[in-house]
Design a protein around this ligand. Structure first.
Ligand SMILES: Cc1ncc(COP(=O)(O)OP(=O)(O)O)c(N)n1
Ligand SMILES: Cc1nc(C(=O)O)sc1CCOP(=O)(O)O
Ligand SMILES: [Mg+2]
Length: 198
């Protein structure tokens, strides 16, 4: 299976390097960029999404917008990514790829039932992004993989070491935030991860 690397943005981790990281990630062969800047208004998020679209250009990199339907529509994004709660409760009208974050086997099953196209399952490993919350571990991921048949992408604490624990599972890719957003050499990190999870 050709597994993809999903880069989840965090402009606060990248600082001034934000667009450089994204350019390098695209050059390194990232499969998708999930623009996840939940604190930004539509007005602030839209130009960022437009700039990322420009960086992607004609490359085969999907642009997925987290939580903001208006921006997703405005930039004709490839996908919209929602929290489980928003997905289940909102009846959002979006007819392209819809991704959902889940944090339990039950949520995974319900998200599939509700029509999700793929799942981000977190958080699998210890991560500073979820301080004080116990990681759910590889067995949680395995359990989800037994219960759903839509694409499953683990998230949380994935780096070139932890990736080794999950590369042989039938996942469709891995989602990574801190390693890439704070990297001085994101192109190399993407290439290393791609070699591992191919
Ligand atoms: C059980 C549980 N619920 C919600 C979260 C929040 O994850 P977060 O990444 O902040 O939001 P999503 O965009 O992924 O829904 C969690 N970690 N655990
Ligand atoms: C954005 C996000 N969502 C998670 C979840 O469990 O829903 S974990 C996470 C952050 C993942 O970052 P890192 O690769 O730095 O661990
Ligand atoms: Mg999440």
């Amino acid at each position: 299976m050709n597994k993809k690397i999903f880069l989840v943005t965090n402009r606060k981790l990248a600082g001034d390097n934000f667009y450089h990281v994204l350019e390098q990630a695209v050059a390194g062969g990232v499969g998708a960029i999930i623009l996840r800047e939940k604190d930004l208004s539509t007005e602030k998020l839209l130009p960022i999404a437009e700039k990322i679209k420009e960086i992607i250009g004609k490359k085969d990199v999907k642009l997925i917008i987290n939580s903001n339907l208006e921006v997703a529509r405005a930039v004709e994004a490839d996908g919209l990514h929602l929290t489980f709660r928003d997905f289940i409760s909102n009846g959002i009208k979006w007819n392209k790829t819809m991704g959902v974050s889940v944090h339990s086997v039950k949520e995974a099953v319900l998200a599939q039932k509700g029509g999700a196209d793929y799942l981000l399952c977190g958080h699998v490993f210890q991560t500073d992004c979820k301080k004080g919350v116990e990681p759910r571990g590889v067995s949680y991921l395995e359990e989800i993989l037994k219960k759903v048949d839509i694409p499953v992408i683990p998230i949380g604490g994935i780096d070139t070491n932890t990736a080794l624990e999950i590369i042989n599972l039938p996942i469709c890719g891995i989602a990574v935030m801190s390693l890439l957003m704070s990297s001085q050499n994101p192109k190399k990190h993407i290439q290393d991860l791609k070699l591992l999870v191919k």
